[in-house]
Design a protein around this ligand. Structure first.
Ligand code: KG4
Ligand code: ZN
Length: 388
């Protein structure tokens, strides 16, 4: 099955085509075309993602990315064709996208694709709508079914795959999902079913990285920057002479909280202002250790309580080396093994992309979980495990 994947939930505009086959145990896929444009540099000037700016950028970039990805997949067919009459009404809130898409549809034939998978949520609602309306328009023009995909399920599924081959992961699977907008622990007792067992009560882990980076005058997105400084501190043997409290570590639940930690960093940074490079490195190191320790301790505790066989980590923050290392050490180097496997996505697929959406969409398409274009909506708060 050839799936066109579309992702616009945050600040990455991404379009891909994958060719997938098999069921959840035997599935494998090939990426035929993949086009992604990150708006990170643009949002960097403001220190965070602005929903309406993101929306405009998605609208501007979707058609060129679609053309690029179809070309790479050798599915681009230049020929005279018709654009559906209802296109203008379908894209009335995205006039620029309408103009570009109409022109594209008039000059290109239907590609050899079986279904469209699009992120319907969770994410920034104005940003999600652009992708959803784009998917609806393509579905109408090319008479293709649409599968709405939960972005967080995309992160989970991406981590269950290795080298484009389904990992025969043992269930229950416990997923630690850590990104700029989300921090949650999700239990999956069987493939495709999810229960959320814990979440952040305030900031997401990635958001905490981004906010602390700003306090240290580092650019957005802050995660990789903090990580780079923390690594330098370790290499240079710079030991912080302060510690941050591990938030909610001893609470008997699987929730997280990062806003107190953020305040602790701010207080310390203000006390030592202006921060010299050594102090920045020490703060980055201790902050990263605190976040890693908190996430990993609670994840291991949940894995034990729920009898998880596999832990998967997903979302942009899962690219973090320290978190990977600590989790691997704690999960694998103990006398009594709690889980049999810990899986991470390849770092380049840890952050938002369309492949994870196409792949999660593939399994839903296999179960024929299609949505009629008129029923398809963006759902900014779509919780994994709930219906859209
Ligand atoms: O999943 P993602 O690409 O987008 C959202 O859905 O939010 O995650 C982006 C987040 C940002 O907050 C970024 O700072 C963080 O992931 N991030 C990292 C690292 N790479 C990206 N955080 C810590 N360490 C990293 N290496
Ligand atoms: Zn994400």
């Amino acid at each position: 099955m050839k799936i066109l994947g579309i992702e616009t939930s945050c600040d990455e505009t991404a379009v891909c085509v994958i060719d997938a086959e098999g069921d959840s145990l035997s599935a494998h896929y090939r990426v035929l075309g993949n086009a992604l444009l990150s708006q990170a540099a643009l949002h960097a000037q403001y220190g965070g993602v602005f929903p309406n700016l993101a929306k405009r950028e998605h609208a501007k970039n979707l058609v060129p990315l679609l053309a690029q990805c179809l070309e790479e997949a050798e599915l681009l067919r230049e020929e005279d064709a018709e654009a559906p009459a209802e296109l203008k009404t379908m894209l009335e809130r995205e006039p620029e996208l309408f103009e570009m898409l109409e022109k594209f549809l008039r000059t290109h034939g239907k590609p050899d694709i079986d279904a469209i998978a699009v992120t319907a949520g969770p994410g920034l609602e104005p940003a999600l709508w652009v992708g959803v309306n784009f998917a609806k328009a393509l579905s109408t023009a090319w008479k293709l079914p649409i599968v709405p995909v939960n972005h967080m399920e995309g992160h989970v599924i991406m981590s269950l795959f290795n080298e484009e081959q389904a990992v025969n992961a043992a269930f229950p699977v416990l997923a630690l999902l850590i990104s700029g907008g989300h921090t949650e622990l999700v239990l999956s007792r069987e493939f495709g079913r999810y229960e959320r067992i814990g979440e952040t009560r305030d900031d997401a882990a990635g958001e905490a990285f981004d906010k602390v980076a700003r306090m240290l005058d580092l650019p957005y997105p802050g995660g990789p920057e903090i990580s780079r400084l923390a690594k330098l501190a370790r290499e240079q043997g710079l030991e912080p002479d302060f510690t941050f409290t591990r938030p909610m570590l001893h609470d008997k639940n699987y929730d997280f909280s990062f806003s107190g930690l953020k305040t602790a960093v701010r207080t310390l940074a203000e006390k030592h202002a202006p921060l010299d490079e050594d102090m920045k490195m020490k703060i980055a190191r201790e902050f990263e250790d605190t976040v890693a320790d908190t996430l990993v301790t609670k994840t291991m505790r949940a894995a034990e309580e729920f009898g998880a066989e596999t832990i998967v980590v997903g979302g942009g923050v899962s690219a973090n080396d320290r978190i990977r290392e600590l989790l691997m050490n704690r999960a694998m180097n103990q006398k009594e093994m709690i889980v049999s496997n810990v899986l991470f996505p390849k770092p380049e697929l840890a952050t938002d992309n369309a492949i994870m959406i196409a792949l999660a969409g593939y399994f839903r398409a296999n179960r024929r979980l299609f949505s009629a274009p008129e029923d398809l909506k963006a759902a900014g708060n779509w919780r994994l495990g709930a219906e859209a």
